[in-house]
Design a binder for this molecule. Structure first.
Ligand SMILES: *Cc1c(COP(=O)(O)O)cnc(C)c1O
Length: 425
């Protein structure tokens, strides 16, 4: 398809977009007097207009029933998380028993690593990507120290090669092979938050398993973005947050995936709480922890219902739109944005100081483009903000933009280009 950087063409593409009606299902910020170009759905997704009524329903039930809302609310709070499970499982390509919505992302990563990072004997190492998201880096570091091990020796970071921005998958695979039987766990971001690079999770999982390690992924930038098939890819565990592409409120609830093969593993060490206890006998409050079957066995606490209600509002939209259609639009929309940026970059070659570092190959990325700004990076970003673009600046020199297929339009991409061109001039 040959795209054109014109308003007319962008509007034609919008008119043909089968998901165009969903734009109207979201609140768009307009604190710049005019409506902004919102390209930060990878950081905080926009608020669905339906969210308020989902939360209001629970506030009303609380007002009306008090504690009895646990059983008498239209969606009883006692099992509120169950209303989300199937829809969330569809978004990530898992069986419902493999998924639970609970806690926050970093909490979930720790809870899962307590079970799946079990250094023993010579097998002590964790393999991760260099420049992982800071929270993940701290989580991994503290897990290694928690076991009395040494991060210099036991944390292997795979970095891009000298002079390159992306990590070569072959380097991850060979590092796994090289670590061999010293490798306890592989833990990588499925989509790198900084570059937008998508990794082949199936291949990495197979490589980790081949040397006897467990394999987990942080899917913060993949859930609701990439067409995931967690069950088929076979990873041991994964976690993601609900507030990026999944639009489920700031700091909103997170998802956990534990592969079916671990569903009935009371032998796995875990940090337990009452909500992970066998549901039928939970309130007999017997001593001795009996975990629930599947991912639910990793829950600690009863559901934070207001946050869950926000997540449910968004999952209902995902359910209606469907990940297949979302993925199809994602690829065309991101390619169009890329075309617009390339066009501007070519026409302003004399003063242009930026490049796209996200993979050009659409099978190696999702809905994010990371623009590496040489020299005047922050100035370019500030000028974009001035023009009404909400993008994301990451030190030292990357502007991240994410056209979210559910609510961003081709016209947004065209408008972004206009702002970019004004900013560099
Ligand atoms: C957004 C993000 C987080 C945030 O974790 P919280 O516990 O929700 O604050 C962690 N890891 C990655 C990779 C992220 O992108």
């Amino acid at each position: 398809m040959s795209h054109q950087n014109t308003l007319e063409y962008a509007r034609e593409m919008d008119a043909k977009d089968p998901l165009r009606k969903f734009r109207d299902a979201f609140h768009f910020p307009n604190f710049h007097e005019k409506e902004v170009v919102y390209f930060t759905g990878n950081s905080l997704g926009l608020q669905p207009k339906s969210t308020q009524s989902y939360i209001q329903e629970e506030l009303d039930a609380w007002a009306k029933y008090g504690v009895e809302g646990h059983f008498m609310a239209k969606k009883p709070w006692f099992s509120y998380h169950e209303f989300l499970t199937e829809k969330a499982a569809k978004v990530v390509g898992a069986k419902p028993e493999e998924v639970v919505i609970t806690h926050s992302l970093t909490t979930n990563l720790h809870l899962l690593m307590v079970s799946f990072y079990r250094p023993t004997g010579n097998r002590t190492k964790i393999l991760c990507e260099a420049k992982a998201f800071p929270s993940d880096a701290y989580a991994l570091e503290s897990q290694v120290k928690f076991h009395g091990l040494d991060i210099e020796k036991d944390l292997i970071e795979v970095a891009p090669r000298e002079g390159e921005h992306l990590i070569r998958e072959e380097d991850i695979l060979s590092a796994i092979e090289e670590a061999g039987d010293t490798l306890a766990m592989v833990m990588i971001g499925g989509v790198n938050y900084y570059t937008g690079q998508l990794f082949d999770m199936k291949k990495i999982t197979e490589a980790g398993h081949a040397v006897g390690a467990t394999v987990g992924f942080d899917l913060a930038h993949a859930a609701g973005n990439i067409n995931l098939k967690l069950h088929d890819w076979g990873m041991d565990f994964a976690a993601w947050c609900g507030y990026k592409y999944l639009n489920s409120s700031p700091g909103g609830v997170s998802g956990m995936f534990v592969h079916e093969r671990h569903a009935n593993r009371p032998d796995l060490p875990r940090f337990a709480g009452w909500w992970g206890y066998d549901k039928e006998t939970r309130f007999q409050m017997e001593p001795g922890f009996k975990p629930m079957y599947g991912a639910e066995g990793w829950q600690l606490s009863n559901a934070p219902v207001l946050g869950m209600a926000a997540h449910l509002a968004s999952l209902d939209i995902f359910d209606e739109a469907g990940m297949d259609r979302i993925g199809a639009k994602r690829d065309v929309l991101t390619a169009y944005l890329e075309h617009v940026i390339d066009d501007i970059s070519e026409r302003n070659a004399d003063r242009c100081t930026f490049e796209i570092v996200t993979p050009r190959d659409i099978t190696k990325r999702g809905a994010q483009l990371s623009i590496l700004a040489h020299g005047q990076g922050k100035a370019l970003f500030d000028a974009l903000t001035e023009q009404g673009v909400i993008a994301d600046w990451r030190e030292p020199n990357v502007i991240r933009i994410a056209p979210a297929p559910l609510y961003n339009s081709f016209e947004d991409c065209y408008r972004f280009g206009q702002c970019l061109e004004a900013a560099i001039q």
